[in-house]
Structures are given as C-alpha cells and as structure tokens.
Design a protein around this ligand. Structure first.
Ligand code: URA
Length: 448
C-alpha cells in the first residue's frame, strides 16, 4: 500500500479516533509506518495511543494494527523445520513459571516450541529474567541460532531481538509512560505481533484475571481473550485461550532462581497442585494443536508421561546446556547460593487464609530485588518469596506463611509490611475459587 506522508494529517487522524470514529485501513497503516520511520513524533503518538485507550478499536482495526506492528520487523520462516510449531503466551502474573516447565514437556512429546519471551513487567515476573538466573544461560541468540537450536532440540527460549516487531518495542515504551498499557487493542497488537513474528502455526494463551493480573476483572480478561483469538485466527493460526485466576501467586515460589528451582521440582514430578493443573492443561492443549494427540486430555496424559519417564527433565537439561547454562546446578539445585537476608512472615491470628494478594506479594518481591523498579535496575536472582501456605490453609498464630529472601537489607522493612498486608486470615473457611474458569476458541466460550 502506497502511503505518502503528504496525503495524511496526523492531527486529524487523532481527532477521528478521539471522536470514536473507525479509522480506515490505509490511515491506520500510515500511523504505524510513519511512527516507525520517525515521521510522527512521540507527543502525537502518545495522543493517538490515549485516544485508542479511551475509545478502543474494532476487531478489524486491531488486526490491521497487529499486522503493521508485525511487519515493522522480520517474520521468521520456520517452514524448513518439520511439524506444527506451537507456542504459549501468558498475559502475566506472579509465580507463573509455566513456560519453564511446559516448553521441555511439549518438546519432549514431539511438538516444536519456538519461544520468544519477555522480561518482568511491573509486579509480574518474566521468563527471560528467570532463565538468566541459571549461571551462563544466554537468551540473546540471533534469529539464525534460534532456528538452529529449535531444529536440534525441538525447543528454543530467547528474548525479543531487534528484528522482532520493533514498532512494539517503541510503542510499548511510550505506553509505559503515558498510562496506556491496559488497553485491549493495544495489548492485543503488542502480544500478537511478537508471537506471529516467531514463525508459529498455533498458539495457546493463558489470559489471567484477578489481583495479580493486568486485567483485574474476569469480564475484561474475557474481552481480551476474544480479541487475541480473533486476531490469531485472522492470521490463519489456530488460537486457544484459557482464563485463569491470578488472585494468589501460582505455585509456591516467587523470584527468579526460586521459580527455576520450583520448575525443576515440577519436572521431577514434585510440582504443587495449582501450578501443575495450569501447566498440564496448557501443555496438553499445545500437544493436541501440534497434532501429536487426538484430544487435549490425551495431550495432558502425554505431558504427564514425559515427566514420569524423565524425558521432560532431560529436555530441560539439553536446552540449558545448548544455551550455555550450568547443568550441574540444575542437577543439584540445593548447591545454588542463598540470599544473605532471610526471615519469616508469620500468622498474626489463628484461622483460615482468605487472601494472599498476588499483586502486593509481586511488588514486595520486586522491592527485595526480584524485579526492576527502574529500567536500569539489575535483578537479584536470589531474591524472592516462598509461600509455606496457600489460600484455604488453616494456620496457628505464629506459624510461618511466607519465607523471604533478599540481599538488600534496606528493602526488608517495607517488603515485610507489604507482605503482612497481603495476608488476610479469618475464622470461617473461604469459599473455593476456580483456578481455570473458561476455554475460548473461535467456536466460542466453554465454562470449565
Ligand atoms: N505484554 C505485552 O507483550 N504487551 C502488552 O501490551 C502487555 C503485556
């Protein structure tokens, strides 16, 4: 499409979105292309993003936005690698280490998993930071190496390169500082442009709702899931989403090495129930979409078998070795050095735990060093929290609920206060909540 700069007036396009009109295909394509070429300054793009945040976009507009963001960079061609390539994406949460467990499981079951992951964002953790807590592990492979490793091991775990959706990189940085992150079309464009650039054939999405998710309400998460499916399918990719709760952290470990540690336990068959329920469902769905099982249930059974017979653990060791990581520490995780400051947060009362606020616990972990408060901060891989109890547990006064780890003495008082505030104990038993509430496909929504 020929999009001459002189044919468009950016202020009038911003006005159009401000006044809730639908942008024409060429207008929207022009905005993204011109911004990528530095022909639109940040102040006008910021105004445009805010207009989108306030007034939304149609499915068609979102698909065009995604395509333009995708085409701002390279789209990897994985057609030389046999098999249906399947990835998973989570919209972000606390303690969510499912990628580390399911990538080797699914690859061990014969489905290629090309995974380009992100870093921690705000209170939520990121797969890249977790992988980098393994001494020597490199997430900085170029796209050639990405293909080679995928071909050799059926799985590769890297970070977003300069070539992948550069428009997203710039727009995301701008959204971060203009309060325009939590917009369904903008999140959709951002996630799907990166995922489509990986060269996948199918995608499984874990869309989170609750205190520790970017979408606090299940209804907004459902809206996001539907939009992600609509865009994925419009690009001819099989796309399946699950809505999962992020009220309390997933699993028991929060923090980068801590989450690798829990993933190793999971790969050895010792994962906690909530973490395994989500991981196995996502893995089973990937194996089904990858054509290696006749149903999701059969895929789940295969995924479980890959843990029982040790293939998933071996696959994890293979990836770590291939990407330069220390396999000895994976074999003997108890040898990893521990944080210098450790203390327990204990129950103030006897009773049932009603709340373990994932957002507050995520923020506390960041303050202890597990995430970044400023862009330039470095991550402390040893910092984190280990939950000794989860929602629904009965505790005696003085019993440990959270064990805390840090190397930053200055951060402990504040974090301790946040963690205490994140815990609510009552005399009555809490109602059981649903961990995985819905499955969404192009055919519709199913309650689980
Ligand atoms: N993750 C992304 O990659 N982009 C967003 O906009 C939000 C979460």
């Amino acid at each position: 499409m020929n999009l001459m700069q002189s044919s468009y007036n950016i202020a009038s396009l911003i006005r159009k979105k401000r006044d809730r009109e639908t942008l024409k295909e060429d207008e929207l394509r022009y905005i993204i292309r011109a911004y990528s070429r530095d022909e639109i300054p940040d102040y006008q793009m910021s105004a445009f993003l805010m207009a989108v945040f306030l007034n939304g976009m149609s499915d068609e507009e979102t698909a065009i936005l995604t395509e333009e963001m995708l085409c701002s960079g390279e789209v990897v061609d994985l057609s030389s690698i046999p098999g249906t390539k399947v990835d998973k994406h989570s919209t972000g949460g606390v303690g969510d280490k499912t990628s580390l467990i399911l990538a080797p499981m699914v690859a061990a079951c014969g489905v290629p998993v090309p995974m380009i992951s992100g870093r921690g964002l705000g209170h939520s953790g990121g797969t890249l930071d977790k992988l980098e807590s393994i001494p020597g592990f490199s997430v900085n492979l170029d796209l050639n190496q990405y293909k080679q490793v995928l071909k050799k091991h059926n799985v590769v775990l890297i970070g977003q390169t300069e070539e992948i959706a550069p428009a997203d990189k710039r727009m995301y940085a701008l959204r971060d500082v203009t309060a325009t992150v939590e917009s369904i079309p903008l999140i959709t464009g951002s996630i799907m442009s990166k995922k489509l650039a990986e060269g996948i054939d199918a995608l499984v999405l874990d869309v989170k709702y609750g205190k520790g998710a970017f979408m606090k309400e299940a209804s907004r998460a459902m809206e996001l899931a539907k939009r992600l499916i609509s865009v994925g399918e419009s690009f001819g990719k099989q796309t399946v989403a699950y809505l999962t709760s992020m009220e309390e952290p997933l699993g028991n470990y929060i923090g980068n090495w801590h989450e690798v540690f829990e993933s190793i336990q999971a790969l050895q068959g010792e994962g906690p129930q909530d973490l395994m329920e989500v991981t196995e469902l996502l893995a089973g769905t990937m194996i089904f979409l990858g054509g290696k099982a006749d149903s999701v249930e059969a895929g789940i059974e295969q995924a479980r078998e890959s843990i029982r017979d040790g293939r998933a653990m071996q696959k994890f060791l293979d990836i770590v070795e291939e990407q330069g990581g220390d396999t000895e520490v994976i074999r003997n995780p108890e040898t990893y050095p521990e944080a210098s400051v450790q203390w327990d947060v204990t129950a103030q009362d006897e009773g049932y735990i009603h709340t373990l606020d994932a957002y507050s616990l995520g923020v506390a972990a960041v303050e202890l060093g597990a995430g970044r408060m400023r862009k330039e901060d470095t991550i402390d891989p040893q910092a984190g929290l280990v939950l000794q109890k989860k929602i629904g547990a009965y505790v005696q006064k003085g019993e440990t609920i959270v064990r805390c780890f840090s190397n930053n003495k200055q951060a402990t008082d504040n974090a301790d206060k946040k963690i205490r505030q994140a815990i609510e104990i009552k005399a009555s038993e809490p109602e059981k909540t649903t961990l995985i509430s819905h499955k969404i496909t192009k055919e519709g929504v199913v309650s689980l």
